[in-house]
Design a protein around this ligand. Structure first.
Ligand SMILES: [Zn+2]
Length: 246
């Protein structure tokens, strides 16, 4: 294939644009925050699950505490009723009085047991509530970090996208300076290799970074300026300049 040396040089310009665009697209597709955001999303699901379970524990203990309170109050009310009757002198029969006093002593012991249970439930509830508060705090922290990272990622993505658009806008006019046939070859190699053209600098292909052997150099020396030369190793179009060491 033959192509004007200036068109071959333009390929390097095009390659630079394409490399920058590829790098920007890669950065857009793989934001630095992605790994942490994925880990946070996982942690959020876990924390949310624990939080729901813990809320059930707190609700159950809250109900148990209300019941324990009510039980104590009920027995205390009965004790008061009995005591009031005794105090009012309503129990005339000594046998009834004795039975009533015996009942009062039983109620007293019952209140003591119920109050111990009430305290135990209260302590369990306090511990459970503290756990729930901690989980809520953890979740709030996770959410805040997610917001922060998402904002950073989106800001960065907007910057990258702006640069990419700018580069893509620059590409058209540069590509238009390359003859169709040469451009098609460039695109074919770029699709396969990631880049289509490379500078031959100091006898080295800057595409595959291999130094050409003397035979290859001598063959290239024999070519005309408008011959399109390819790297034997990587097949990229080799663009010759005064720096090529020929
Ligand atoms: Zn090469």
């Amino acid at each position: 294939m033959k192509a004007d040396p200036s068109a071959q040089l333009t390929l390097l310009e095009l390659q630079e644009i394409d490399s920058q665009a590829a790098q920007l697209r890669h950065q857009l597709a793989h934001p630095a925050e992605a790994a942490e955001l994925a880990a946070l999303a996982k942690r959020r699901v876990e924390t949310d699950g624990w939080l729901r379970d813990q809320q059930i524990v707190v609700d159950d203990l809250t109900a148990a505490q209300a019941k324990a309170d009510a039980d104590v109050e009920q027995v205390k009310a009965r004790r008061k009723r009995d005591q009031d009757r005794i105090d009012a002198g309503q129990i005339g029969n000594p046998k009834d009085l004795e039975r009533m006093q015996h009942e009062l002593a039983t109620l007293e012991r019952r209140i003591s047991v119920l109050e111990d249970e009430e305290i135990e439930v209260m302590e369990q509830l306090e511990t459970a509530q503290a756990g729930l508060d901690q989980m809520n705090a953890d979740l709030a922290e996770v959410d805040a970090r997610i917001v922060e990272l998402t904002r950073a990622r989106d800001t960065r993505a907007a910057e990258l996208q702006e640069r990419l658009t700018e580069i893509e806008d620059r590409r058209g006019p540069v590509a238009a300076r390359v003859p169709e046939e040469l451009l098609a070859l460039y695109e074919r190699i770029r699709a396969a290799k990631g880049s289509g053209a490379a500078l031959l600098r100091a006898r080295r292909c800057e595409g595959c970074m291999l130094t050409l052997d003397p035979g290859a150099i001598s063959a290239i020396r024999g070519k005309a300026d408008d011959d399109v030369v390819r790297c034997e190793e990587c097949t990229r179009i080799l663009v010759r300049t005064a720096d090529s060491g020929l």
